[in-house]
Write a protein that binds this ligand. Structure first.
Ligand SMILES: C[S@@+](CC[C@H](N)C(=O)[O-])C[C@H]1O[C@@H](n2cnc3c(N)ncnc32)[C@H](O)[C@@H]1O
Length: 423
């Protein structure tokens, strides 16, 4: 594609994404469906340009007024993800001069907000939590996430799959914490691999794998994945149960559960029972009360731990939406807890980095439900032989109470988890 046409396409896609009426990944997928002739390289340039604009939006909004032409074109120039020479061959002389001026700006001369590119309502609580480490987080949120795979241990061994990927020309290494994970170099189309087609691998962030591991569901148990969605964690839990027992995958979205079905077919699991529920107090939940060994609540959340993958969320969420979410999370956790039998384990998890959706929900639940005894997540992970388990946790007297994963520390998305045993 000619550089000029590609830059025009980038500007068009930037404009569509910045309407914020749909998630950015949905807008990009739709654009690709509508423009089938785009090749893989052009798609990569388009997607990464849009994501760079979303990641560095405050800085680019600050720089754009000094340029000329439509605003989305200026943003696409600033975020263009490709060689400078290629980009410059698409620019007018005036645009080239403007870009050179922008490139010369010393980051130290910029305001803080133009360096971290986070809305104030989000930057403030992150600074309070992280202190000086805040800048390392802000930097890591502006980088693309690595590609992590989970090996289906029901059918395959991690080392064998690693060898198989190597033969297919893909370099992968074991993830440092999850015993099931492989981190792959680059962004290859893994869904074209035989290992994917036969269900030996799924794409899943290492942090998400650790949440499923933490539930530690055993052979023959009755287990509920309360907010199963498209089943990322369900599949990992089902494999951990060695395809025995009964694993209910509940969700209020039948549409999301539909996306689980082809994954389930690939995985060879037959112990998973997906079921759409109307809400967290659904009759089906009441019938199972007190009968379940383990329940995981992977609660709907702001998703602010996934900003590397979904940078638009920082512009689509607000403190008000986080507070509304927290009310929902508390209600779902309280309902899901009723399912557990005495001695059963409850895990509450989010992919948020805000205490309002994490520690505060866990503390309020613990205070209201004394029959649920908190279990230190650091100790559980150490028992599960997770390397350096203590460094993945924070909170409580020994700093081991909660799982707290951070992109800049652990190279995973930002995840939280708390665990309890029903007395
Ligand atoms: C974080 S996502 C789950 C991701 C999924 N566990 C995975 O690993 O792929 C949260 C899910 O909660 C579902 N949800 C929202 N409200 C719910 C409710 N009241 N009861 C059960 N699930 C709910 C959403 O539809 C969404 O699929």
């Amino acid at each position: 594609m000619h550089p000029k046409a590609l830059l025009d396409a980038c500007a068009e896609l930037v404009k569509l994404t910045l309407k914020f009426d749909h998630p950015a990944d949905a807008v990009v997928s739709r654009y690709f469906r509508d423009n089938r002739s785009l090749g893989p390289r052009e798609r990569a340039t388009l997607a990464e340009t849009v994501y760079t604009v979303l990641r560095r939006k405050l800085l680019f909004d600050h720089l754009a007024p000094s340029g000329s032409g439509p605003k989305e074109r200026r943003l696409a120039i600033l975020g263009f993800n490709g060689p400078r020479d290629f980009l410059k061959s698409a620019l007018t002389e005036q645009e080239k001069n403007w870009l050179d001026q922008c490139d010369k700006i010393d980051p130290d001369d910029l305001l803080e907000r133009h360096r971290h590119n986070l809305p104030d309502w989000l930057a403030q609580p992150l600074k309070e939590q992280l202190g000086g480490e805040f800048w390392a987080l802000a930097e890591s949120l502006n980088q693309p996430a690595p590609l992590d795979l989970r090996v289906n241990t029901l059918t395959d061994k991690r080392d064998d799959v690693r060898q198989e990927l190597k033969l297919a020309g893909l370099a992968a290494r074991p993830t440092p914490y999850s015993p099931w994970g492989l981190r792959v170099d680059g962004k290859p189309a893994v869904n074209k691999l035989d290992a994917f087609a036969r269900g030996a691998i799924e794409v899943q962030d290492e942090g998400s794998q650790l949440l499923a591991l933490l539930l530690d569901a055993r052979r023959g148990e009755m287990v509920v994945d309360f907010c199963a969605g498209a089943g990322g964690k369900t599949l990992a839990i089902g494999a951990g149960m060695r395809n025995t027992g009964r694993l209910y995958a509940f969700d209020t979205s039948a549409h999301r559960l539909d996306a689980l079905k082809p994954r389930l077919a690939r995985s060879k699991l037959s112990n998973v029972h997906p079921a759409a529920i109307a809400h967290e107090r659904d009759e089906r939940i009441k019938r199972l009360a007190g009968k379940i060994d383990r329940v995981i609540v992977d609660a709907p959340c702001s998703g602010l731990g996934t900003l590397r993958r979904n940078p638009d969320l920082k512009w689509r969420q607000s403190m008000q939406s986080v507070q509304e979410m927290a009310v929902k999370q508390a209600a779902i956790l309280a309902s899901a807890a009723r399912l557990l039998k005495p001695g059963g384990r409850l895990v509450y998890a989010t992919c948020s980095v805000l205490p309002q959706e994490n520690e505060e929900i866990a503390a309020a639940f613990g205070a209201a439900q004394p029959q649920f005894q908190p279990v230190a997540v650091g100790e559980l992970l150490a028992q599960l032989k997770v390397e350096q388990a203590a460094t993945l946790c924070s909170g409580g007297e020994g700093g081991q109470q909660y799982l707290r994963l951070w992109p800049h520390r652990h190279a995973t998305d930002g995840f939280f988890a708390a665990a309890w045993t029903r007395a």
